[in-house]
Ligand binder design. Structure first.
Ligand SMILES: Nc1ncnc2c1ncn2[C@@H]1O[C@H](COP(=O)(O)OP(=O)(O)O)[C@@H](O)[C@H]1O
Ligand SMILES: [Mg+2]
Length: 310
């Protein structure tokens, strides 16, 4: 089973962080007076799983998300796959029109609603207005500016989500590692867990899928070392190195990508050098040493691209 599903919280108590939101969700549960919600924040910090945990408590039963038929009263729609108006008319409205089976309301989760087209958002607004008495809508967005229909926003309670604290995430991750039989070399154990937390910058899905999944595959999974982690991080940046390598203007592509993805530059450089068959390895070695000594990543990488002149 996919680790992010295996460790999906089934109730609000199991959701790490998000104290204020959880407090308000609990008070909605008490009164059963639930506003539509907008959960705003970067990927992997729990928007889907908060909605799922909340709905499980609202319905007071297990929600079947992972079967083909899905659940009778809870449904997730993902707008990033189908951004246009048809998905609103054909799928979302069809579901919203049904009567709840085992509860007083349906809960509809709209993932990545900020990537929907303007026409789709307008259509959605009218579905929300029409079906308000029957449905609770929960929107998940990475960026609030992506909602182009103000009336859609004003109908919701908005929550800007922040990642849990590093300590909260470290305790959470360490506990899951123990359950999976993953342990860390004794002398550096705690430090490595915090290193992982910092590396993934609050993306808990990436910690499970990119990191833990790889750790489980290591033959020495009960005694993971710094070296092992390094290997995993290196895999992470391989795809970025490939994108830069294949672009016409490596320096520009690197700056754009790095600004957006905030990956580790030293590992990136090593991956890029490998793709370049270790050409100009002298300048790469100098830049690596400067980076290790704390030199500016941006300046060092600009210098590197200027020297290799590609
Ligand atoms: N706050 C959290 N508490 C506990 N687990 C979390 C949390 N955030 C994310 N996770 C884990 O990461 C997985 C992916 O999170 P998800 O809810 O899909 O993030 P998002 O929707 O913000 O991209 C979840 O299934 C869960 O296993
Ligand atoms: Mg999501």
């Amino acid at each position: 089973m996919n680790l992010s599903i295996k460790y999906r919280p089934s109730c609000l108590d199991e959701v790490i962080g998000h104290k204020n939101l959880k407090k308000n969700l609990r008070s909605y549960l008490k009164t059963r007076n639930v506003p539509h919600l907008m959960l705003i924040g970067p990927p992997g910090l729990g928007k889907n799983c908060i909605a799922y945990a909340f709905a499980s408590e609202y319905f007071d039963r297990r929600i079947s998300l992972d079967t083909e038929e899905g659940d009778v009263d809870y449904k997730e729609f993902n707008a990033s796959m189908d951004r246009g108006i048809d998905v609103v008319r054909d799928s979302i409205e069809d579901f919203a029109r049904m009567n709840p089976s085992e509860s007083d309301k349906l809960i509809i989760f709209l993932d990545e609603a900020d990537s929907m087209t303007y026409a789709a958002q307008l259509a959605l607004k009218s579905v929300v207005e029409k079906r308000e008495r029957n449905c609770i809508f929960i929107f998940s967005l990475n960026n609030e500016d992506g909602i182009k229909v103000p009336a859609l926003k004003s109908r919701c309670d908005k929550y800007h989500l922040k990642p849990p604290t590093n300590t909260e995430m470290a305790i959470w991750f360490d506990d899951i590692c123990t359950q999976e039989g993953v342990g860390f070399e004794k002398s550096v154990g705690n430090k490595l867990v915090f290193d992982i937390v910092e590396h993934y910058k609050g993306d808990m899905r990436a910690m499970l899928i990119d990191c833990l999944e790889a750790l489980i595959g290591f033959p020495n999974k009960d005694c993971i070392t710094e070296e092992d982690l390094f290997k995993i991080y290196q895999e992470d940046t391989k795809s970025f190195a490939q994108l830069v390598f294949e672009s016409g203007d490596m320096k520009k592509r690197f700056i754009d990508l790095w600004r957006k993805e905030n990956f580790s530059v030293r590992k990136f450089l090593e991956n890029l050098q490998e793709l370049r068959d270790w050409k100009n390895s002298r300048v790469a070695a100098v830049v690596d040493a400067n980076l290790r000594a704390g030199g500016s990543e941006r300046l060092q990488m600009c210098y590197y691209f200027d020297v290799i002149g590609e």
